[in-house]
Design a protein around this ligand. Sequence first.
Ligand code: GLP
Length: 263
Amino acid sequence: MEVIVRKDTKSAVRLTAQLMGDALRENPKMVFGLATGRTMEAVYAELARMCKEEALDFSLASSFNLDEYIGMAPENENSYRYYMNHHLFDHINIDKRNTNLPYGLAEDVEAEGERYEAAIEAAGGIDLQLLGIGCDGHIGFNEPLSSFSSRTRAKALTPETYAQNSPLFQRPEDMPLRAFTMGVGTVLDARRIVMLVTGAEKAAIVAKAIEGPLTSMVTGSAIQLHPNVVVILDEEAAANLTMRKYYDWVFMHEPEWESYRNL
Ligand code: GLP
């Protein structure tokens, strides 16, 4: 795992988008794993800018989102499908037929999980998985105690997640209590993981995920098992890290990061 701390949210976001853009330039047929949440809105705005101003080409790319609320139609403004169209897909030249989310209205919940897993496999697997982290340590909607080998399935959300996400609904009481989510095992199958965490409210939980013990109580800690992970933080989110000096040292001296230092 590599941990990169940037001076502010803006440069953390730019670095994240830059890594995604560079990966896409290298492999135009990238299969992205995508995340939702407030943190990612700025990343998607930056990718949209790069598409428009720097001819970043998504025409051959495809994507799989981590999760979707159960019982929510794609047209619903609170669905993650709507979020993705609104923040990213409507602003880049990706073929929407190649963008995938679990279908919130699927009648057979178990079959929907299996369908999604099969679709990821048929696409050749996920090349780069973008992740945020929830206040209870979840990745996707893998709430505490989710198995590290879990696959896409329905998950009951915690009261913490309800408190964190329901203010985003016009009527907070409309937030579903369950969601489809890729499993922790699905996420770990991605060839590369880029996690972005910003803001003081995430400092304690992200320190647990990065430097704490592996535990399904903090499903974000599962990324420690993955051989190719970059975690990008702003100063506020990095406040509780103990190995900070080492992270800065690596970023300053490893040749891999040379072109990213001035972002
Ligand atoms: C939701 C998503 C997660 C995301 C989290 C963080 O719960 N399911 O994938 O990481 O929100 O959201 P925010 O960026 O708003 O803090």
